[in-house]
Design a protein around this ligand. Sequence first.
Ligand code: FAD
Length: 467
Amino acid sequence: MLSLLALHGQVHAHNLSSLTSLLSSGSIVEAANTTSSPRWSEYEAPSPTSVVHPATVADVAATVKWANENDVPFLTYNGGNGWATDFTLDHCGIYIALDLLDSVTFNSAKTVATIGGGALTSDVSTAGYAAGSLVATGTCDCVGFLGALLGGGIGYLTGEHGLLVDTVLSLQVVLADGTLESVTASSNPDLWWALRGAGPNFGIVVGAEVHAYPTESLTAWQATLVFLEYQLDDLLAALGNLTLPAASSLTLLYVSEGGTPAIIVELFYHGTADQGTAAFASVLAVGPVSTSSSVNPWTEWNSGSATACVKGGYKPTWAAGLADFSASAFSDVFDIWNDLVTTYPDAADSDVILNWYPMAYARTIPESSAAVAFRDSVSLFPSITVSYTDPSFNSTAITYGQEARAVWQANDGIPGSNYTYINNGFGDEPLETIYGENLAKLQRLKLEYDPYNRFNQWFPLLGKGRA
Ligand SMILES: Cc1cc2nc3c(=O)[nH]c(=O)nc-3n(C[C@H](O)[C@H](O)[C@H](O)COP(=O)(O)OP(=O)(O)OC[C@H]3O[C@@H](n4cnc5c(N)ncnc54)[C@H](O)[C@@H]3O)c2cc1C
């Protein structure tokens, strides 16, 4: 049963039935709840009245037009993993959920993948593996393929193929006025630039054509190394001297296992076990207390991060962007995190994650090619997630999260600025930290393409609320 709200700008049951009548038969309109639209983190999460699942691209456009005519706020819902505190939907708006638009197809040469706006990372790897053609994605199966891409997109293949935005050939987008436009580098250079980095501010991307690589290996070597606290200094020293080859990536985690701090290093090499072992010889030489490794098919590359995908609970997350690895910063953050998880057992699942990618190839593509601010500056993407279930812990979580972020920012190796990857931001960062020197141009384009500020939920370029 849908909530019946009667205030201006809120969803009337009458209005919803008028929407339903506009949509094709496969579309669904239902009450919003944690089953119909779960979020990765409930911390300051939006709580819409209803969820619309358009069955077709035309239904997405019709829903946006209907929302405009009825003054109903809306938010695109894809993988539901966005955690930033910018969401202002409250109880008076709707989700436009893209899950019915999850198709992934390939051209006959397998060089182009056509991906629906609501396809998850796992939809892409499953279809790509079956087709025998590799596509660059994020590293967690639950993440919306386009949710990650529209902010830049980083993943295992960043070192070989650049950011996810670098792999796009065209974007099909429903704009703020409800019109559908196919955007390419030549058809609309401004929108093409803005969508690839600040996408959620400019429209609902209902489909994308991206490069696919049929000649590449669909297997990779992966290893999980476990270290204990007494090994931290040696490990951090080894990481400080590490250079990542293009085919590799590294993830560093601080997690508490039954009250004991564990430092986990996950290694990835798009190649053989011998190549991976050689690339990470200095890290392996530190002598992990446990090592497991295997050569895995593409469909299993993200298996190790499955627990990170679990939705629900409070998981505010603070992140930074680093040019270089700073052993002292990661040592200081270890102390902050260890104090958190040992002092507060309810927050024992809190963790620190560093995603580290070789960026040399991405930097052969000009920074001006897309609205991604960090390309030429940042290689390491650390974050701290404070996990708990009782919202009375919020203020304590903020203290720890801000403290860890401040350590990283003070040691980020970027003269004069801080950058945070938009998809990792907490939501309190100055817009310059998110958009860098692109901010003024993005704000000008925003006035042109969304003058009424309908897309105002994701590091909003013109502030919160409808103009
Ligand atoms: C467990 C986990 C793993 C992650 N791994 C990675 C990773 O490997 N690489 C990486 O780059 N990032 C990663 N991220 C960050 C992730 O990219 C962002 O959280 C991203 O915003 C999530 O997109 P979503 O579609 O899953 O979430 P949602 O909350 O549904 O969407 C996030 C924002 O993007 C907008 N949006 C989503 N899809 C569209 C669309 N088609 N058109 C227009 N707007 C859209 C939404 O409106 C919202 O504002 C990860 C996050 C989590 C929680």
